[in-house]
Ligand binder design. Structure first.
Ligand code: CTP
Ligand code: CA
Length: 228
C-alpha cells in the first residue's frame, strides 16, 4: 500500500466513490435502512486520494469519519444518491459504487407518523429503486472504469463466484468486487476478504485490512486504464 501511495499513479484522475447505506423514509421519523458502515468505500476514497486522484465521496450515513482529502457529498435516500452520482459520473474517470443501495423504497411516503390501529399488523408496499450502477455502466464513456460491489451470502465459493459473474454481466460494469458475507462477518469489520472479477473473466482474491484491499482494487482499475 505504501509503495502504491508513493506512486501517485492516479494523479489527474477524477474518481467518484459512493459509500455507506441509503435510507428510505417511511414517515418523518422512520426509515428502511441497512447495516453498511461505509468503511470499505471510505477506504477506497482515501486510497485514491493518497494516489493523487481528485476524489468525490458520495456518502450515505457513514459510521466512520470521511477523509479530509476528498470532496464530500452527503446524501440520504437512494434517489438522492442516484441524482448525485449520475450528476458526477459523466466527468469522472472512475466510478466506484461501494454504497449499499436500498433495492426497494416505500411506494408511499406518509407525511404524518404512521399510527397503530387496534391489533392489526402493517403491510408495506415497496417499489424498486433506480439501479445506479447499471445506469452508470450503460452511460460509460471510453476509458472510464466502473466498479461495482456485491455482498453475496452463497456459502460455496465456486457457486458464489458464478452468481457474481452473472451479476457483473447484468450490471455491465468493468470490475465487480465480491465480498464473502457468509456469517455476516464483513459489515463493520476492519478486515475484508474479496474477489475482484473483471469483465474479461479475470479473478484476483485479496484478504486483509480494508485499506490494503482498497489499494488492490485501485491497482485493478489502473491496469484496466493502462490497457485502454
Ligand atoms: N446498486 C445500485 N443501485 C441499486 C442497487 C444496487 O447502484 N438500486 C449497486 C451497489 O452499489 C453495488 C452493486 O449495485 O455496487 C451490486 O449491488 P447488489 O445489491 O449486490 O446487487 P443487486 O442488483 O441489487 O442484486 P440483489 O438482488 O442481489 O441485491
Ligand atoms: Ca441489492
Amino acid at each position: 500500500a505504501a509503495a502504491s501511495a508513493a506512486r501517485r499513479d492516479l494523479a489527474g484522475c477524477r474518481v467518484v466513490v459512493s459509500a455507506g447505506g441509503t435510507r428510505e423514509a417511511l414517515d418523518p421519523v422512520r426509515f428502511l435502512g441497512n447495516a453498511s458502515s461505509g468503511r470499505m468505500g471510505v477506504a477506497v476514497a482515501r486510497a485514491a486520494a493518497l494516489r493523487g486522484a481528485e476524489v468525490h465521496l458520495v456518502a450515505a450515513h457513514l459510521e466512520v469519519a470521511p477523509p479530509s482529502s476528498v470532496q464530500l457529498h452527503r446524501v440520504s435516500s437512494t434517489a438522492d444518491l442516484a441524482e448525485r452520482v449520475l450528476d458526477l459520473a459523466p466527468t469522472a474517470d472512475v466510478v466506484v459504487m461501494a454504497a449499499a443501495v436500498a433495492d426497494f423504497t416505500p411506494a408511499q411516503h406518509s407525511s404524518d407518523k404512521l399510527k397503530k390501529s387496534g391489533e392489526e399488523g402493517l403491510t408495506l408496499q415497496l417499489r424498486q429503486t433506480t439501479d445506479v450502477l447499471a445506469a452508470v455502466s450503460a452511460a460509460r464513456h471510453p476509458g472510464q472504469v466502473v466498479v461495482g460491489f456485491a455482498a453475496e451470502t452463497v456459502a460455496d465459493r465456486d457457486r458464489r463466484l458464478e452468481v457474481a459473474r452473472q451479476k457483473l454481466a447484468r450490471k455491465g460494469c468493468d470490475l465487480l468486487v465480491v465480498n464473502d458475507v457468509t456469517g455476516g462477518a464483513v459489515f463493520g469489520q476492519p478486515d475484508n476478504r474479496v474477489a475482484v472479477l473483471g469483465r474479461d473473466g479475470s479473478l484476483a482474491e485479496h484478504e486483509g485490512p480494508k485499506g490494503a484491499v482498497a489499494h488492490h482494487i485501485l491497482d485493478a482499475v489502473r491496469s484496466l486504464r493502462a490497457a485502454d
